[in-house]
Ligand binder design. Structure first.
Ligand code: 5GP
Length: 206
């Protein structure tokens, strides 16, 4: 039955909606893997988060993030517009609830690239969400990748590296991740993530 709050059903709609959470420390290749999963699975949608972190040269507003001021972000928290939100290395990040709910009702695979704190909130709100954590092959490789991005200052790299170590530990402690994918080889890791999601969708659709 259609309630007034539900969008009109489109011919392309299915009942196969799945919320996919992808987490992992920065520098692990998570964004590349997330975007590759999005391209590989027809009808999937990448959820564009809101953030207060400064926009880097690599970012496009409205594509990678919605860049907000602290005040704009806090107003959305007040208005309960976030499905989840968290502070990551001093900046605020959040997933807007409405677009996620609309696309799930449309049967889409909705992909969230969010941290462990956010993933915990999502799993509480939506226990059917499927959560994958991307792991680096080892710490030395992770540090090397953070440095080679040439995106952050030495101080920011140090903070991200420390945060990465904490994040891997808290991911394991949280017990919320359905699968861990090691990015030892990018193509292999992408193929594994796509396989896991496809299998999960097939099971859920039955
Ligand atoms: P970056 O600044 O490198 O783009 O992202 C930093 C971290 O914030 C990443 O671990 C990313 O997954 C996480 N992140 C991005 N968007 C969100 C969000 O909407 N919510 C939460 N909780 N984390 C996010």
């Amino acid at each position: 039955m259609t309630t007034p709050s539900e969008p009109h059903r489109l011919p392309s709609d299915t009942d196969n909606g799945l919320l996919l959470v992808i987490s992992g420390p920065s520098g692990v290749g998570k964004t590349t893997i997330t975007r590759a999963v999005e391209r590989s699975i027809p009808g999937s949608i990448f959820s564009i988060s809101a953030t207060t972190r400064p926009k880097s040269d690599a970012d496009t507003d409205g594509v990678d993030y919605h860049f907000l001021t602290d005040e704009q972000f806090d107003a959305k928290v007040e208005a309960d517009e976030f499905l989840e939100h968290a502070v990551y290395v001093g900046n605020k990040y959040g997933t807007l609830r409405a677009p996620v709910e609309v696309q799930l009702q449309r049967g889409r695979l909705v992909i969230l690239d969010i941290d462990v704190q956010g993933a915990k909130q999502v799993k509480r709100a939506m226990p059917d969400a499927f959560a994958i954590f991307i792991l680096p092959p080892d710490e030395a490789t992770l540090l090397e990748r953070l440095r080679s991005r040439k995106r952050d200052s030495d101080e920011a790299i140090r903070k991200r590296f420390e945060h990465a170590q904490t994040e891997i530990a808290s991911a394991r402690e949280s017990g919320i991740y359905d699968a861990y994918v090691e990015n030892d080889d990018l193509d292999r890791a992408i193929a594994e993530a796509v396989r896991l999601v496809t299998e999960r969708r097939d099971i859920t659709a039955d």
